[in-house]
Structure formats: structure tokens, C-alpha cells
Design a protein around this ligand. Structure first.
Ligand code: 5GP
Length: 185
């Protein structure tokens, strides 16, 4: 039996989603993070079972065959998916937040119409481009790909329950906390 409410958070690369998510998680200790499975390589500092379950393409495809995902998507040449078992287990304990992209978010909504979908948007496309370039470590062709993807995600944001602009991190965190409180408390 699920006890908690389900929240989905999406936002394009460069929008500052991880920082905002951390702010939200730090403020509400009843909120559990849904750990996705992915075929991409771990980045520095990422921890197996906490950041992601890092699996091979073969293992991921076997999980697809076994219908083990609530949703999954192929994104930037890798698979990402939400394993059903860990999500159900967390929902039996409390409120859960998923950090997933729009294709996955809409699959979640189909399976669980009561899920609350929140999209974090940049103040403008120009500002997003500035933030992506500001990192200084991304090749130009990748910046182009990310910007195109960001534009597509922005177009999808119309279908979310809430769109919150990340102009200033704490304001964005506070707005999301208000939405969560309205749904969960
Ligand atoms: P990253 O590789 O930067 O951790 O994540 C890339 C994108 O994949 C982000 O937009 C993130 O929200 C999305 N993502 C992470 N986990 C999942 C998942 O389980 N399902 C889907 N559909 N997207 C995910």
C-alpha cells in the first residue's frame, strides 16, 4: 500500500536542478529520493545506490523485458529508468521525489495520475546558454545539443502541473516547498 505522495521534478541541463533539489531535500526530511537505474558511467562523487544504480545495457534491457520500470527513456545515448520495486518501497514509507526528464514524467503521470509534476525553468534561453557556457568545460557541439534539448524540454513544460523559474536558488526552493506542502501536508 502506498502511503506517500509522488513528486516529479524536471529541468534542462544547466538550469541548476541539482542545487535546487538539494535545497528541497534538506528542508524536508520526510521526502525520499527515488534512485534511478542508468547505463551511463558514474561521475566523480556519485555513489552506487544513492545517486543511481549503475547497470550495464544488457542488465537494463533485461529489466525492460521483465517490466521492472515505472518509466524509462533513452536519453543522450544512455538508458535511464525508475525501478518499480524501489519506488513502491519508498512510497510505502513516505513522500517520494523523482528527478527525471519529460518523457519519463509523462509515463509516470499515465501510471499514477495523482503524481505532481514540477518543472524548473531558466529565466530565459539566453541565461541558460550563458550558464551552460559558464561551466567552461563543455565543447561547442555539446552546448548546441543541450540547448536544443533544453528548448524541447521548455516546450514540454506546458504540460506540467507547475513551472518554477530558477532566477534565484532559494526563491525557487521556497516555491517548490510551498507546492509540496500544499499537496502532501
Ligand atoms: P544525468 O545524466 O545528468 O544524471 O541525467 C540526465 C537526465 O536524465 C536528467 O534530465 C535527469 O532528470 C534524467 N533522468 C535521471 N533519471 C531518470 C529516470 O529514471 N528516468 C528518466 N526518464 N529520466 C531520468
Amino acid at each position: 500500500m502506498s502511503k506517500g505522495k509522488l513528486f516529479v521534478l524536471s529541468g534542462a541541463s544547466g538550469v541548476g536542478k541539482s542545487t535546487v533539489l538539494k535545497g528541497v531535500m534538506d528542508a524536508r526530511d520526510d521526502l525520499l529520493f527515488s534512485v534511478s537505474a542508468t547505463t551511463r558511467d558514474p561521475r566523480e562523487g556519485e555513489v552506487e545506490g544513492i545517486s543511481y544504480y549503475f547497470v550495464t545495457k544488457e542488465a537494463f534491457e533485461e529489466m525492460i523485458r521483465q517490466d521492472a520500470f515505472v518509466e524509462y527513456d533513452a536519453h543522450m545515448k544512455n538508458y535511464y529508468g525508475t525501478p518499480k520495486s524501489q519506488l513502491e518501497e519508498k512510497l510505502s514509507r513516505g513522500n517520494v521525489i523523482l528527478d527525471i526528464e519529460p518523457n519519463g514524467a509523462f509515463q509516470v503521470r499515465k501510471n499514477r495520475p495523482d503524481a505532481c509534476l514540477i518543472f524548473i525553468a531558466p529565466p530565459s534561453r539566453e541565461e541558460l546558454e550563458r550558464r551552460l557556457r559558464g561551466r567552461g568545460d563543455t565543447p561547442e557541439d555539446q552546448i548546441r545539443v543541450r540547448l536544443e534539448r533544453a528548448q524541447w524540454e521548455m516546450d514540454m513544460s506546458e504540460k506540467y502541473d507547475h513551472v518554477v523559474i530558477n532566477e534565484q536558488v532559494q526563491t525557487c526552493v521556497d516555491e517548490i516547498l510551498k507546492i509540496i506542502a500544499q499537496v502532501a501536508d
